[in-house]
Design a protein around this ligand. Structure first.
Ligand SMILES: Cc1ncc(COP(=O)(O)O)c(C=O)c1O
Length: 407
């Protein structure tokens, strides 16, 4: 993966072994892991119950292009947690998003999707876009070989701007809004009070489907931001941690969306529909999802992890205030991130504060003191395996880095 090289320094750390909240490298150094595979290992590394489930299932067959009994348990558990009755499996959150966009366009017969500026939903063509300084939709500068001019497929508005959202949906040519409940890929940008109710209302009034992508915001709690804040999406995407780090993702839908898909599901062409994959829903991933959802990401796990993120946030806020820096630290559940500006309202404001050199300094300073932060973020994620002493150690290192910066 090209981005494994995107760390400060000439080469990445090569991992020897990971367990709980720690890993060691091949030179024998031990690290405190605040990255947790950028959410893939949010429940902690090398979970014994996942390892056992993988071993058991590997001995009974990894994939047969048929369901195993675990599918029944997993479907019921996803419905219980996230509130949508019908579920499909994918291998990655990117794939789940791709399939959901197809479903939305198929049902509504509308050509466009709407995303928020500086969102990230994986390597999804329609979402690797941004607004240029004149407000035109363009491919993100890094978007490699875009299939089409993204202005043809996508509308982009700023997060927390209801007037812009209303104008963009008024033409009734948008199949769905694809949204993280809070932006988590340009620092953390929280929704303003009432934003989600208005988003739901505007999408309903314009016949636009609402897709909530909880791949990162599962950090909020066992049912994600959706359950914690009573959101009511038409489609729902979850990936990364749900199988304890084994590749797997899921997308859920309402009964109405499911009913609108019946003719598609019954069609003989379903195998070449552009939705799904040979290994989607394979027995190994399904066993790993079951083991994870049965033994992790539970209320008692968040009851340990969220206070650690609160402690991290309070500690860093104190250092930032003492140094009178114009930075902030934002928390969402067991995730927290500092950013080099006051709390932004939207992705564009957050993006304006990106400082690659400062980023590299903070990451390398921490890494040289055995703490791994998340790359392309200043994000720390907490699992039940972290401790208050881990948080305090990071705060100490962060304070020392700030001291050196302002000295
Ligand atoms: C909100 C969101 N959705 C989807 C994805 C894509 O996940 P993956 O790279 O596992 O496909 C990401 C990745 O960071 C994400 O942040």
């Amino acid at each position: 993966m090209a981005w494994m090289r995107r760390w400060p320094g000439a080469f990445p750390v090569f991992v020897a072994e990971a367990s709980g909240a720690r890993f060691s490298d091949i030179d024998g150094n031990e690290y405190l892991d605040l990255c947790l595979g950028d959410t893939g290992a949010m429940c902690g590394h090398a979970l014994p119950f996942v390892a056992e489930a993988i071993e058991r299932q590997a001995r009974r067959g990894v994939t047969a292009m048929l369901p195993t009994e675990d599918a029944i348990w997993v479907g019921a558990e996803l419905a219980r947690r996230f509130g949508l009755p019908l579920w499909q499996l994918a291998m990655t959150a990117t794939d789940a998003n791709r399939f959901v966009l197809r479903i939305a366009r198929h049902i509504t017969r509308r050509p466009k999707v709407l995303v928020f500026d500086w969102c990230y939903h994986g390597t999804v063509d329609e979402a690797l876009v941004t607004l240029d300084p004149t407000g035109r939709v363009v491919a993100r500068a890094s978007n490699t070989g875009p299939a089409a001019d993204p202005a043809l497929t996508t509308k982009v508005v700023q997060f927390n701007d209801l007037d812009a959202l209303q104008r963009a949906l008024a033409d009734e040519d948008v199949a769905c809004v694809l949204a993280e409940p809070a932006l988590t890929n340009i620092g953390i940008v929280l929704p303003e009070p009432g934003y989600h109710a208005a988003l739901r209302d505007l999408t309903r009034r314009t016949g636009t489907l609402l897709v909530i992508d909880e791949t990162h915001t599962i950090c909020t709690g066992p049912g994600g931001y959706t359950a914690a804040h009573g959101l009511d999406p038409d489609l729902f995407v979850i990936g990364k941690p749900i199988a304890g780090g084994v590749p797997a993702a899921a997308y859920g839908m309402t009964a109405e969306v499911g009913a609108a898909l019946q003719s598609f599901l019954a069609d003989d062409g379903v195998d070449v529909s552009g939705i799904g994959g040979t290994l989607s829903g394979n027995a190994l991933s399904m066993a790993a999802i079951r083991a994870t959802l049965a033994n992790a990401l539970r209320p008692e796990d968040f009851a340990v992890a969220i206070p650690l993120a609160e402690r991290f946030t309070a500690g860093l806020a104190g250092v930032i205030a003492d140094a009178a820096l114009p930075w902030h630290v934002q928390q969402l559940g067991c995730r927290a991130e500092y950013w080099f500006c006051p709390p932004p309202r939207n992705g564009a404001q957050a993006a304006a504060a990106i400082d690659a050199e400062l980023d590299a300094f903070m990451h390398l300073y921490a890494l040289n003191r055995s703490i791994l932060l998340t790359p392309f973020h200043n994000m720390a994620l907490f699992s039940p395996y972290h401790t208050a002493a881990d948080v305090d150690r990071h705060t100490e290192v962060f304070a020392a880095a700030v001291d050196e910066l302002i000295a």
